[in-house]
Write a protein that binds this ligand. Structure first.
Ligand SMILES: [Zn+2]
Length: 375
């Protein structure tokens, strides 16, 4: 609980800070010649930020390619990089589980959460739920949304609707805005309880829906523009061009998923990472190996047996694993159930030249792998 309190407090603080950024008051505009130095927590966010920034900011990822964002522990060099940045971008909501407290200390007031406008979704029923009720998100405890953020987000949603049209809408229940919730796992009890590997009940992997990546781009545009007003027109033009690419990507993925017979559109994944993708493209999340929206918990024996039954009953042909987390348990379950294991890029882009080294190609790669496995 101690840990969640700290994260929630951090997110409240960051939300307030970002509201101030939106009001163009907290981050003094850089009175300098060099483009701002931006650090994103992980590679996917860094790529999207780089598309918005163009040559009017230098964007790097704190985590290297292939790191697991749920368990990545920053090095002393990372801390030095954070303290040297003009802006640090994070997903928040406890996605970067062990990184966020370090960001809070090292970067502090220059940190911005990009997921502020994304409505967060629960782990779907059908997927394994955390057994500990206490681990579930508590929307009742969410801090009240700041009016500055609320109006900023309403503006972003309108912009998104202008690009995506009716496809800007995503169905299904929402728990609230992402910044108000702690979705990830790995909450450590102060007494060092070995069984404290709790998983959140909501999914922080919002970017698996291209419309949500658009909301990120708009938040990055506004944050960079407040930091470096001279380049605001560049950031705006880059964002408009990127939104058009996201709309085209959405159409491409829809065409790929359309090749899967409707009765075969059910997926089993290593952890809850594709809620937003599944909802947008009409897939059912039939089950997960690791309960919750993190990779830091373990399934119980009962979870494993139930999942094997689910895979057999639903005739799901594959388990989709993560390139950034162990697939050992998934491989055992797949072997027992007689199905394939298909790795997807979830928490990281690929190395350059390996087919998923930008967000757009990462989404194409995963959609093609899913369509190929389910057809
Ligand atoms: Zn993940």
């Amino acid at each position: 609980m101690f840990h969640r309190y700290r994260i929630t407090a951090l997110l409240c603080r960051l939300a307030i800070l970002l509201a101030t950024v939106a009001a163009q008051a907290a981050l003094p505009a850089l009175a300098q010649r060099e483009p701002p130095r931006v650090i994103a927590s992980f590679s996917i966010l860094a790529d999207i930020a780089a598309q918005v920034a163009g040559d009017a900011a230098t964007v790097t990822s704190l985590m290297p390619i292939g790191a697991n964002p749920h368990s990545y522990t920053p090095s002393a060099q990372d801390v030095a990089r954070l303290s040297d940045a003009d802006l640090v971008l994070v997903v928040g909501a406890n996605y970067e589980e062990t990184l966020l407290p370090v960001v809070e200390q090292a970067a502090g007031e220059r940190t911005a959460i990009v997921s502020l406008c994304v409505p967060i979704r629960p782990v779907p029923t059908g997927a394994a739920q955390p057994e500990d009720e206490d681990a579930a998100a508590h929307p009742d405890e969410a801090p009240a949304a700041d009016s500055e953020i609320t109006s900023r987000c309403a503006e972003h949603i309108r912009t998104l609707e202008a690009s995506f049209g009716e496809r800007a809408q995503v169905g299904g229940p929402v728990l609230g805005p992402l910044y108000a919730l702690s979705c990830g796992g790995a909450e450590q009890h102060p007494d060092g309880d070995e069984h404290a590997h709790e998983a959140g009940a909501c999914d922080p992997h919002v970017w698996t829906d291209p419309a949500n990546a658009g909301l990120w781009a708009l938040m990055i545009r506004d944050t960079l523009s407040a930091l470096n007003p001279e380049a605001a027109a560049t950031y705006a033009a880059n964002t408009d061009a990127y939104l058009a690419e996201l709309v085209a990507l959405d159409g491409e993925i829809r065409d790929m998923i359309d090749t899967i017979p409707p009765e075969r559109r059910a997926i089993v994944t290593n952890h809850v990472a594709l809620t937003y993708f599944a909802e947008r493209y009409g897939l059912t999340l039939a089950g997960v190996v690791i309960p919750g929206g993190s990779t830091t918990s373990e399934p119980s024996v009962r979870d494993v047996l139930r999942l094997i039954d689910t895979i057999r009953a639903a005739r799901v042909p594959a388990i989709f694993t993560d390139t950034t987390a162990s697939s050992a348990t998934a491989e055992q379950i797949a072997s027992e159930a007689g199905v394939h294991v298909v790795p997807l890029y979830t928490g990281s882009l690929s190395q350059p030249g390996e087919g998923a080294d930008t967000y757009l190609d990462y989404m194409r790669y995963n959609a093609a792998a899913i369509a190929d496995a389910l057809r």
